[in-house]
Each structure stands twice: as structure tokens, then as C-alpha cells.
Design a binder for this molecule. Structure first.
Ligand SMILES: Nc1ncnc2c1ncn2[C@@H]1O[C@H](COP(=O)(O)OP(=O)(O)OP(=O)(O)O)[C@@H](O)[C@H]1O
Length: 390
């Protein structure tokens, strides 16, 4: 039936002489994401990408592709030869299909003629198709100002295309076009959203999770793996490093002031993540911190956390309200998993009144009571690496 999906690039389309690098990355991501749906052909025609679809796989193809970063719009429709009679037939079919899905009383035809050698002008094609639809589809009228349905006709170099639907993508840049980041992934609401946001800017993700097994359960670890799998739908497959920090927490709890427990643990998390990042050639760390959300997220605390590492730390949620973060997490479908009530390593030893205005010298003095190097080495030796696939 010549079903087709047309894909519009977002910012990747603005990349000047680097454009084909972004397009090729995107082409590759799309092909990989849809291969198990019957290996459809994915190709470029001028400034758009197309996927050849069938009646059976078109809906699944739309659902997959709209989640791929770098795409602003996905349009399912029909492809045909540039023959006006064929275009008329498909226009009738497209309107009838749209009418079977929702109530449509009015329409407007919009024709774009990228191939200027096509012998009939855009205005004339618009007029012809309008007439054909009025004659062949029951109970429908033209409304040029506020139609229930637009019938988009796109006449390009090799083929003509017809669509009646435009589905919004996330935009952003193709994953892997902007370096690599290591996401500190807790089981909470925020860090999956932070990972999503940086992947959307083209960062290729890996993730690290800290647990305190046996104080934290295997179910808690399963929950994090599930969050990682949801994230990988957007970011592609990645490595999840799972590190036990129970001995580190015990040592801090034993030797350091109680109110510094959270901030010192956080500094250990950053240092361990930095070691892995540097070894694996990863360029930055990513956290889900947002200013003022909890004691460890005051400006002073974030500064003290930052000074534990000398790798860039990205905090894409820093200026967001919790309600907005929750909205994104619902949209990307991590929310329901994030709110499952399993333990987190940070709650194993929870100070009653954590410092909100820590001083770096004081924290470093407390840390000097610990054999930090040995603690980090031991934690890294116990590390598990889990391959996450969408
Ligand atoms: N167990 C953990 N493993 C990996 N990273 C963690 C862990 N706990 C916290 N982090 C990192 O530190 C950030 C701040 O954690 P914190 O618990 O203070 O805040 P939060 O707002 O509850 O974050 P989240 O909702 O992501 O758990 C998290 O967003 C995450 O990036």
C-alpha cells in the first residue's frame, strides 16, 4: 500500500557543513531502533528521512521513531509516483482513513512542490485535490481558515507524499554527537530525567548506581535496572556500573561528624564516578540535583561536592521545580518505577540535621580521618557492570 513515514530533523538540520554527519548518525539510530520491525528501508531524500512502512508496522514505527533524539516531527502517510491520478486516489484514501479515526467535517489541502519541474503548479494541484476529495468523500467541506483536517501533499524529487497527521518528536540532537556522560543514577525521580535531558543534547550515556547491599535489597537494584532500561529507549544501549558503598558509609559513620555523612558520601560517589569516567574516556558526570531541593543541594553543598572532582559535572535540573521534573518523568515513563518504595543507599545512615552550609576545609579535615584511597579501591573492585538494552 506504499505506507511511508516522513521524518523532519530538528537542530541537526541547522548544522551547516556538518549536517550530513548529524543526518547519518540519525539514519543509523533510526535503522537500529526499527530493525526488529521487519527491517524496513530507511533513506534520505533531500532534507528529510523516510521509512518504508506497511499496514502492520506503521504504528509501531511511529511510536519508536518519535522517541529518537534529533527528530522534531514524524508524519505517517503514503508515498506514490508523481502521477496526478495516483495522487488523487491516495488523497481520498488519506481523508477517509483520518475520518475513520476521528470526527472530521472540514479540510484544507496544502501542497509543497520541492520538485519545480513537476508540470502542474502547487495552486492547480491544490484545486484539483480539493475537488476530488469533495466529490468522493461524504460529509466533508472545505474550510481554509480553521479546518478539522489538513491534507499535506509533498512533491519531491523521486516521489510524491501525502500526510494528514504530524506527530511531535522530542527534538534535540542525535545521541553520540556530543561526547559521553556518566549519569549518577539513583532509584529516584530526578536522575533518570537528568539522563534523559543530557541524552537529548546528544550525549551518549553510561550510568553508575551506588547501593548498600545487603541493607538495600535486590528489588531496589532491579528497580534501577528497570529505570536504566526505560532510559535506554531514548539514549540507546549503555553500561550500568553497580557499586557497593556500604563500607564507605560505615567508615564515614564511624569516623566523621554525623551531620557531614551525606555530603561526604556524595563526594565519594563523585570521586568513584570520576575514576570510571576517566578510565572509560567519558567526558562529564551528570546528576539529578536541583538547587535547594534538599540539604545537599544548597549552593555551598554543591560547591563542596564539585570540588571533590575535576571533571565537568552537568546538572540539567538545577533550575527546575519538582513539579516540572515530575511532569517530564511521567512523560518519559520513568515516574511509575521511580516511586516504587524500595530503599536507597543514602537512607541507610541518614543524619538528622545534615549540614546545609558545609566548609570545604572542615569536610576535607573529616575526610582525612578515612583511608579514602583504599575505600575507593575496594568499592571499585566489587563493581558489577551490567549491559542495558532498550
Ligand atoms: N544511590 C545513588 N546512586 C547513584 N547516584 C545517586 C545515588 N543517590 C544519589 N545520587 C545522585 O545524586 C543526586 C542527588 O541525590 P539526592 O538523593 O540528594 O536527590 P534527589 O533529588 O532525591 O535525586 P533522585 O531523585 O535522582 O534520587 C541524584 O540525582 C543522583 O544523580
Amino acid at each position: 500500500m506504499n505506507r511511508i513515514i516522513s521524518i523532519s530533523l530538528g537542530e541537526a538540520a541547522l548544522k551547516g557543513k556538518n549536517r550530513s554527519y548529524f543526518e547519518n548518525k540519525l539514519l543509523h539510530h533510526i535503522q537500529r531502533a526499527v530493525n526488529d520491525l521487519g527491517s524496513p528501508k530507511v533513506y534520505k531524500d533531500m532534507n528529510k528521512i523516510f521509512i518504508e512502512a506497511t499496514d502492520d508496522n506503521i504504528n509501531s514505527l511511529v511510536n519508536r521513531t518519535k522517541k529518537i533524539f534529533g527528530i522534531i516531527q514524524v508524519r505517517p502517510g503514503f508515498r506514490m509516483d508523481k502521477d496526478i491520478e495516483d495522487i488523487k486516489k491516495k488523497a481520498i484514501l488519506a481523508v477517509e482513513e483520518a475520518k475513520s479515526r476521528r470526527n472530521i467535517e472540514t479540510f484544507k489541502v496544502k501542497v509543497k512542490r520541492a520538485d519545480k519541474s513537476f508540470p502542474i503548479g502547487s495552486m492547480e494541484v491544490t484545486r484539483m485535490l480539493g475537488g476530488t476529495i469533495l466529490k468522493n468523500v461524504n460529509n466533508i467541506k472545505v474550510d481554509v481558515h480553521n479546518p478539522d483536517l489538513y491534507v499535506y501533499v509533498d512533491i519531491r524529487n523521486d516521489y510524491a507524499y501525502i500526510y494528514t497527521e504530524k506527530i511531535k518528536g522530542y527534538g534535540g540532537l542525535p545521541v553520540g554527537t556530543n561526547g559521553r556522560g556518566l549519569l549518577l543514577l539513583s532509584g529516584g525521580i530526578d536522575s533518570p530525567v537528568a539522563g534523559f535531558m543530557m541524552a537529548k543534547r546528544g550525549i551518549k550515556l553510561d550510568a553508575i548506581h551506588y547501593h548498600s547491599y545487603p541493607f538495600t535489597s535486590e528489588r531496589a537494584e532491579e528497580k534501577v535496572k528497570k529505570l536504566a532500561r526505560i532510559l535506554s529507549i531514548y539514549s540507546g544501549s549503555f553500561k550500568l556500573y553497580s557499586v557497593n558503598i556500604l563500607d564507605i558509609q560505615k567508615a564515614i559513620n564511624e569516623k566523621c561528624p554525623e551531620d557531614e555523612l551525606t555530603i561526604i558520601s556524595r563526594r565519594f560517589m563523585m570521586k568513584i564516578a570520576e575514576r570510571i569516567a576517566k578510565k572509560e574516556g567519558i567526558d562529564a558526570l551528570i546528576t539529578g540535583e536541583s538547587l535547594g531541593q534538599v540539604a545537599s543541594q544548597t549552593i555551598k553543598s554543591l560547591n563542596v561536592t564539585n570540588s571533590s572532582v575535576d571533571i565537568p559535572v552537568f546538572r540539567p535540573l538545577i533550575g527546575m521545580d519538582k513539579t516540572d521534573i515530575i511532569e517530564v518523568s511521567k512523560d518519559i515513563e520513568t515516574y511509575e518505577t521511580s516511586i516504587l518504595p524500595y530503599e536507597d543507599c543514602c537512607t541507610v545512615f541518614l543524619p538528622k540535621h545534615p549540614v546545609t552550609r558545609p566548609k570545604l576545609e572542615k569536610i576535607e579535615e573529616s575526610e582525612s580521618l578515612l583511608d579514602s584511597e583504599k575505600l575507593i579501591e575496594n568499592a571499585l573492585n566489587s563493581m558489577k557492570v551490567i549491559e542495558i538494552e532498550p
